[in-house]
Design a protein around this ligand. Structure first.
Ligand SMILES: Cc1cc2nc3c(=O)[nH]c(=O)nc-3n(C[C@H](O)[C@H](O)[C@H](O)COP(=O)(O)OP(=O)(O)OC[C@H]3O[C@@H](n4cnc5c(N)ncnc54)[C@H](O)[C@@H]3O)c2cc1C
Length: 221
């Protein structure tokens, strides 16, 4: 485990912390990958939890968006209490979500994190082109990096809110019709990341749309 000082920590949404830390020597990761993280405080150093890098490997800092669950009294609650006086411990890097080609990204809540890194990387390499994002959240204030994705994707950014009705965004859950409206061609990939109930529902919809499993890249949070 490597100790990294917290450089900045603030709320990105009411229950998500945006954290930047020092980058330890020798760390290497791919956009979309996660790392085991612990809080460097007495009683917490062996409590490892996975979080996804939203920084790029070329950045000279590490960045994370961490959704906090105060009711778990666990690591994410502890992280919400930290400041720049504290440090994190960084362990093993892992994770399978990688960019394979243009497609539709479908995320729920904190499941957006691998797509932040992947889309930044794709944009730097080839331009974002026709990649699309469908992002499910409870309310508009829960949308992580709303401005970043709005600027990057324009009309290819679809928000779906389950607990707030607005004129701007879709209301309810991600439906087959919403996914279908974003599909471009038979070659399109589908990148999926979110909580288990959302993953199950969207996988069922993709199956009903006749999407081959080889075109689906997924990770459960
Ligand atoms: C590969 C990977 C990458 C990830 N990347 C990110 C990321 O970038 N950002 C992010 O925000 N999250 C990410 N996650 C999810 C994150 O790891 C978990 O939210 C975190 O481990 C929760 O830690 P905790 O100690 O607060 O909760 P824990 O105590 O570890 O709770 C874990 C699970 O236990 C259950 N649980 C425990 N207590 C309660 C309770 N009181 N009520 C209800 N349910 C309960 C819930 O199912 C909960 O999800 C990722 C997960 C994976 C697998």
């Amino acid at each position: 485990m490597k100790t990294v000082r917290i450089l900045s920590i603030e709320h990105a949404t009411p229950n998500v912390m945006h954290v930047r830390t020092e980058k330890p020597d020798g760390i290497s990761y791919l956009p979309g990958q996660a790392v085991d993280v612990a809080v460097d405080e007495v009683g917490w150093t062996t409590e490892l939890r996975p979080f996804t890098f939203t920084s790029l490997p070329s950045d000279d800092f590490l960045e994370f968006f961490i959704k906090t669950y105060p009711e778990h009294n666990g690591v994410t609650d502890e992280i919400s209490k930290l400041s720049t006086k504290n440090s994190l411990l960084i362990g093993d890097v892992f994770g399978d979500i990688q960019y394979k080609g243009e497609g539709v990204f479908i995320a729920g809540g904190a499941g957006i994190t691998p797509f932040i890194a992947i889309m930044k990387d794709v944009d730097q390499r080839n331009g974002i082109r026709n990649n699309k994002l469908i992002f499910a959240n409870n309310t508009a204030s829960d949308i992580i990096e709303n401005e970043f994705f709005s600027i990057l994707l324009g009309k290819n950014f679809t928000n779906v809110l389950s607990k707030e009705q607005t004129e701007k965004y879709e209301y309810g859950y991600i439906t087959k019709e919403i996914i279908e409206s974003q599909i471009q061609g038979a070659d399109s990939y589908f990148y999926l990341c979110g909580p288990p109930p959302m993953m199950d529902a969207v996988l069922k919809e993709l199956k009903e749309l006749g999407i081959e499993e080889s075109k689906i890249i997924k990770e459960e949070y």
